[in-house]
Structure formats: structure tokens, C-alpha cells
Design a protein around this ligand. Sequence first.
Ligand code: OOG
Ligand code: NI
Length: 267
Amino acid sequence: MDLQAVFSRLFADYISLNPSVGNIHSLLKSENEEIRNDHIAFRTYNLPKINIDVLAKAFEVRGYKEKGNYRFKEKKLTAKHYENDKIPHAPKIFISQLECKALSQTAQKLINKHYLNLLHHLSLNDELIFAHNPVPNLSYRNFEQLRAESEYAAWLYVHGFRANHFTVLVNPLKSFSSLEMLNDFLTKNAIELNSAGGIIKGSKEQFLKQSSTLADKVMIDFIEGRYEIPACYYEFAERFTLPDGQLFQGFITGSADKIFESTHYRK
Ligand code: OOG
Ligand code: NI
């Protein structure tokens, strides 16, 4: 499967789970925009057979190289980003992982049990980036228990390996010359944005401004019954030129920290 096919498959999964993704696409298409994807993000656990480095293999064999690493102490996460220098405008890949050892013994036990279940249910002939969550019979009680310690852990327990978000790059848009303008347009069209740390995270001085939607809620069948749980969100990024004339391609830890919160559970 070539890179384009990988992205098409990931996007098909993403749009079918999250109704507001299709909605935002139609809105931008109605303005005659061609959408360029800045990056795609994945989440995982720092456990041997499924950590960042394992997940990244699907991209490394397709020409991606590790370009940056990040740490989110409070959220007990680390992350890396990957770029493809060979293919012009190829989206970057951002992969984060939960540092399980930083959680309580109770949460670690629960995650380890889930990990063994995951390994048992993963199919060998497909790549991890397409695996979603193959474990049947998820428990809402476990979800709540994890959520008490880490919203990220709870999200990951339910959704597993799927593209957590795609990101519209603002720079090439024709009708929107800034992230502020795009945000106004989205808000006017009843799209709710994540306001944690302010609607816009980052600044021109940091060479990156970002905003994101609040994740769509989807119905999930747990052993205890059906519950509405946040799924994925859409991100918008405007990048600025570095003193050397190149567009900044990295990520900003302080901003990312708040972007993670786009999947927080809201009543
Ligand atoms: C990733 C959050 C960080 C960015 O662009 O800074 C991020 C996540 O929610 O998994 O995407
Ligand atoms: Ni992102």
C-alpha cells in the first residue's frame, strides 16, 4: 500500500466515525478550498510491542524520519514527530504515548490486562495504524477508573490506534488569510472550538498557531450498556517563516498540551 493509500484509508475511517469532519470539509469545499493536511496524530501506550517506535514503522518504511521529541510531564506523555523529506507537502506524523509507569498501580494493572488482550486480538496481517481497538467487551467502569487519572488513558482504552486527528494547514487556503479568520468562519457555522488555554494556542513568535474542534461524541457499547464518549477532533494550524526563510515544521509543547484536551470527556 503506498503512502497515498495509507492516508486515504486513515481518512475514510476518521470521517466515518466523526460527523463534524465531513461537515467541516463541506464548509471549506463550499468556499472552493483545496485542503492540505499539515499532520496526522496517533496515540499509544509506552509498552514494548505497541509503543511510538513500533507504530512509527508504518511511516518509516514509507520514507519518514524522526524529527522532534516532546515531553508532557503533567499528562504523563511523551511524543515524537516524523517528516517525509522526499514527498512535497506530505503530512507530518505526530505520535504520543502514555508513560504507564507514572500512573497508579491500579491503573497499571488495568492497562497491562488490556495490553495482553490487545496483543491477543491484533491481527498479524494488518498494520498497527489501522488496528483501531480490536478488544471486545470494554468496561465503562474501567473507562471511568482510567479517566480519574488520565483522560488520555481513558480515550486510548476505548479508541486505540486510529488517527486521532487530521489538521488543516491554513497557509495555502485562499479565502482565509489567518487562523483567526478561519476560526471566525467555523464558529459562525456552529462548529465548537476547544477553548482550553484560549481558542488559539501559540503565536507568530513561536512560528505556529493552532486551534481545534471539541471531539465529536460517539455511542460506544460497553458491557454495562451504551455510553456517549468523545472520539476525534479536527485541528487547524498556521505556520510561520523562520529567520532562515523556511516554514517552521515542529510542534510547541505548551500548545500541544492544551490541544490534547480536545478529547476530554464533557457531560
Ligand atoms: C495530540 C495533541 C497535540 C499538536 O498538534 O500539537 C497535537 C493528541 O491529542 O493526541 O496534535
Ligand atoms: Ni495536532
